[in-house]
Design a protein around this ligand. Sequence first.
Ligand code: AMP
Length: 286
Amino acid sequence: MVILRNKQDLSDFSSSINDKQLTLGFVPTMGALHQGHLSLIQKSIEENQYTLASIYVNPTQFNDISDFEKYPKTELEDIRKLESIGCDAVYIPSNQDMYPEGLELDVFNIGTLGEHMEGHSRPGHFDGMITIVRRLFLQIKPSKAYFGEKDFQQLQIIRKFVYDEKLPIKIIGMPIFREDSGLALSSRNSRLSGSFKEEAPFIYQSLLKAKKLIENCKPVSEVISEIKELYDSSIFKLDYFIIAEEENLIPVEKLESNKSYRAFITVYAGEVRLIDNIKLDFNNCI
Ligand code: AMP
């Protein structure tokens, strides 16, 4: 596997592939790789002639400095994992490569997709995220790029960005990879201690409960109150629990036929912020 540590090496690598009109799949990450990340990279390997992953902990998408400072960094292990699954190259840029002019953001109108959930709880997060994804896309020029549905709001914002900017990149959304317990894999899980770690599967269980209530045609407002109540007596502090339409990510109080919805949750396990979501099915109730 080729390790690319600066913009020039990256540019030589991607031009050699693009010049020969070979397909290049790209998977951006912040490292501390787990099976969720690897599932995206494996999909890219299946679908493209070359696969490039990137590892960059982007300072501008953290609104909480301590979250940024404590973000796990496991570069050697990451490289070993990427090599073991047959990834062709990894790009590990410096801040100077990504922000040559200092930590300035590119301007892109995220619109209503960024208004709720993470956009509301983490002001500026998506501006930082889209800046880095835009710069990576322009440097790499991949044929396809892979993102997890775990960060569903991020995925939808990237889809809109690529559509609005008319970039010739196919965005592939990948299902959430979970532990056997149901806990969604996350780099931040390694920061969970003691009872938070033991009880973390509760988050997915609460989503399953919401899914079941919706399948049983319970009104959205009642489902929301019931799930919120569950958290009143748990060790997790609920940031938000919302049911929103997949297309525009606007929270709803009523489900309409021919539309798709998801339940979105974010909790604090001590100081560790965990997010998850689940697709809802209400065909029974139409
Ligand atoms: P991150 O390193 O957290 O920025 O994640 C890099 C990519 O991996 C993003 O597209 C995430 O949505 C995706 N990802 C993270 N965790 C999971 C998971 N458990 N299942 C599937 N994709 C994931």
